[in-house]
Design a protein. Structure first.
Length: 169
């Protein structure tokens, strides 16, 4: 389903949501369309015509509690590692703990990496030193305002770029 970028009243990006939910917010006058979909789509009813949105902005400011640490989720970890295996560089499908949990490794950003199935199975519950492997890139906590977007799929519409860049400044 097509995604729409939701901005706060201050033009700060909040999240992405389905087109259906975005249309409901616009029709209930809780949000305004800031940028129309580039394909020029239009929704029609018996009494109204509405452009399909790409970006909408809330009419009232919504306070979002500050998160001191970005939550570790599978989607965020895969995005951080660009869907590439930390060991061989192939397309990653799983998550691996560098120091296995069976050996006391924590479930943190600094200990988790994206991994392909073959590397994950070969490594199993061994330490990297035991098998002579090295990480291609050290795992770190992601930084920047765009990582704080709640549940957002930022690889969506290229028309969102100006709104996401403003938040990074």
């Amino acid at each position: 389903m097509r995604q729409v970028l939701l901005l706060n009243a201050t033009y700060e990006p909040l999240t992405t949501l389905s087109m259906h939910r975005a249309i409901v917010l616009v029709l209930r006058e809780k949000a305004d369309i800031i940028h129309r979909d580039g394909r020029g789509g239009v929704l029609r009813s018996a009494t109204r015509t509405l452009d399909i949105p790409s970006v909408i902005r809330l009419r009232r400011y919504v306070r979002i509690p500050y998160r001191s640490r970005i939550p570790l989720t599978r989607a965020a970890l895969m995005r951080r590692d660009d869907f590439r295996c930390a060991y061989c560089g192939q397309r990653a499908e799983t998550i691996d703990h560098v120091i296995p949990r069976s050996k006391g490794g924590p479930h943190t950003w600094e200990n988790c990496v994206a991994s392909c199935m073959p590397c994950n199975h070969r490594k199993a519950d061994k330490l990297l030193e035991e098998i002579g492997w090295q990480l291609r890139v050290l795992p770190v906590v992601p930084r920047g305002p765009h990582w704080r977007l709640i549940g957002a799929q930022l690889d969506g519409d290229p028309q969102w770029a100006p709104y996401l860049e403003e938040s990074a400044a």
